[in-house]
Design a protein around this ligand. Structure first.
Ligand SMILES: [Zn+2]
Length: 408
C-alpha cells in the first residue's frame, strides 16, 4: 500500500498548478486505497460501500466518511462525464489556458483522442472537487507515513497505527492548495502569509511534512490568487510586506520582488514609481536575469514617452541579450526590443536607423506559417519612415503589403 500511495501521491507544492499530467490517476486513488485497507483488515466484501461499512470498526466513523466521499465523488464525476459526452473520460486536467475568474474550473479532458483535442468537459461542482482534493492530499500524506511508522512492528500494532491515521486536514495551507488545484473565487477570503503558516503549525500534517518550504509556496499561491482577481493593490501590499519583513532574502529574490512590484505599478498606471522600482531591481539583479527586467523598464519608459531614455534602454538590452536567460525565446525577445527601439528612433526622428531595424524585424516576424503580432505595426512604422524620408514609392509598396495582411 505504501508503494501505491507514493505512486498516486499529489504533489503538495506550487507545481501542482503546472503539472497537468499528474492528474491522470486521480480517479484511481480512492479505490486503490479502499482495496488496500480491505486486504490489511482482511475484509471479505467486494463493493467499496460494503468494504467501507466493515472498515468502520477499524478506522473509525470519521475516516470512513472521508473514504466514502472520495469513492462517491469519483463515481459521480465518471457518471457526469458519461452523461454529458456519452463516453468514458479518463483524466482530469487543469486547462490553464481556459482559466478565467468567472468560469475557472478543473477541466476534464478526453485523453484517448489527439493531444490537441478540444473535447473538454468542465466539471461544474468546484466545492465538491475541493473537498475531494483535501481528502486525497491528506490520505496520500498520512497513510504512507503511518505505514513507515508501522514497519518492523507486529501486525496488531500495525492495525492499531492505521486506526488513528488522519485522513483529512482542513488547515489553511491544505485549503489553499485545494483551491490552487481548482479555482479561486471572487468572494474567497485571502489570508495573510503568516496566518496560513500558523495554521500549518497547528495541523497534524506538519509533523509528517516539515513546513520549511511552505513559506515560499504560500507566498506564491497568494500572489497568484490576487493576480487572478486582478487585485494589484493587494499584491503590492504583499510584496512590500515581504521586502520589509523577510530578512533572509537574497539579492536575486529581492530583485524579483521589485520586478513584480514594478509590474503591478505598471498595471495600476503608476509609471514614475514603477520606473523607480524596476531600476532598483536592475541594480540588484544577477546579470543572467537582467533581460526581463530591462524589457519591463522599456515598457514603462514607452508609457512615459521618454524616448531618449527608451533608446538607451533598448541599446543596453541588445548588448545584454546574449548573456541573459531568454524571456520567451531569442527571436521573440529580439522582436520585443525592436518594437520599443524602432518607436524610440522614429520619435527621435532617426528614420534611416529605424528603417534598418524595421527591415530586420520584418524578416524575423515570419517564422514558417506563423506571423508575429507586431508585424503590421512594423509595416506601419516603415511607411512612416519612408514618407518622412520622401520615399513615396517605397511607402506605397509597403502600404500594399500591409493591405494584403490587413484581413489576416
Ligand atoms: Zn493541512
Amino acid at each position: 500500500m505504501e508503494e501505491d500511495c507514493t505512486k498516486y501521491k499529489i504533489r503538495r507544492d506550487f507545481n501542482v498548478y503546472f503539472t497537468r499530467n499528474a492528474k491522470l490517476d486521480y480517479y484511481r486513488f480512492p479505490s486503490i486505497m479502499v482495496n488496500n485497507l480491505k486486504d490489511l483488515f482482511q475484509i471479505d466484501k467486494t463493493s467499496p460501500w460494503e468494504i467501507i461499512d466493515e472498515l468502520e470498526i477499524f478506522i473509525g466513523k470519521e475516516n470512513c466518511s472521508h473514504l466514502l466521499l472520495m469513492v462517491n465523488f469519483v463515481i459521480g464525476v465518471r457518471l457526469f462525464t458519461y452523461c454529458v459526452k456519452n463516453q468514458q473520460h479518463d483524466a482530469i486536467h487543469i486547462c490553464t489556458a481556459t482559466r478565467h475568474l468567472s468560469g475557472a474550473h478543473l477541466q476534464d479532458v478526453l485523453m484517448d483522442t489527439t493531444a490537441s483535442s478540444r473535447d473538454v468537459i468542465t466539471i461544474p461542482f468546484t466545492n465538491l472537487l475541493q473537498h475531494f482534493f483535501l481528502r486525497y492530499m491528506s490520505c496520500s500524506l498520512s497513510v504512507p507515513a503511518r505505514l513507515k511508522d508501522a514497519a518492523n512492528k507486529s501486525p496488531s500494532s500495525f492495525k492499531q497505527l492505521m486506526q488513528g491515521c488522519p485522513m483529512y486536514c482542513g488547515c489553511k495551507y491544505c485549503i489553499l492548495l485545494a483551491k490552487l488545484l481548482t479555482n479561486f473565487q471572487a468572494d474567497d477570503v485571502i489570508d495573510k502569509v503568516d496566518v496560513v503558516l500558523k495554521s500549518i503549525e497547528e495541523s497534524w500534517h506538519h509533523k509528517i511534512e516539515p513546513a520549511d518550504r511552505a513559506r515560499d509556496i504560500v507566498f506564491g499561491i497568494i500572489q497568484k490568487w490576487y493576480l487572478e482577481i486582478e487585485d494589484y493593490h493587494s499584491i503590492l501590499k504583499l510584496l512590500q510586506d515581504e521586502l520589509q519583513s523577510n530578512q533572509h532574502l537574497t539579492s536575486s529574490e529581492k530583485a524579483n520582488l521589485l520586478y513584480y512590484t514594478a509590474e503591478c505599478q505598471t498595471k495600476l498606471e503608476e509609471y514614475p514609481t514603477a520606473l523607480t522600482s524596476i531600476e532598483e531591481a536592475i541594480k540588484m539583479s544577477p546579470a543572467s536575469d537582467l533581460f526581463a527586467h530591462m524589457m519591463l523598464k522599456a515598457e514603462i519608459l514607452h508609457k512615459l514617452q521618454d524616448y531618449t531614455q527608451l533608446e538607451k534602454c533598448c541599446k543596453r538590452s541588445m548588448e545584454l541579450q546574449s548573456q541573459c536567460v531568454p524571456k520567451l525565446n531569442v527571436t521573440k525577445d529580439t522582436l520585443e526590443i525592436y518594437y520599443y527601439y524602432t518607436d524610440a528612433l522614429i520619435q527621435n526622428k532617426e528614420f534611416e536607423a529605424a528603417l534598418g531595424y524595421l527591415e530586420k524585424a520584418k524578416s524575423l516576424c515570419k517564422q514558417g506559417e506563423e506571423i508575429h503580432w507586431t508585424f503590421k505595426q512594423f509595416l506601419q512604422r516603415m511607411i512612416t519612415c519612408f514618407i518622412a524620408l520622401g520615399k513615396q514609392d517605397n511607402a506605397e509598396y509597403i502600404r500594399k503589403l500591409l493591405e494584403q495582411h490587413k484581413n489576416k
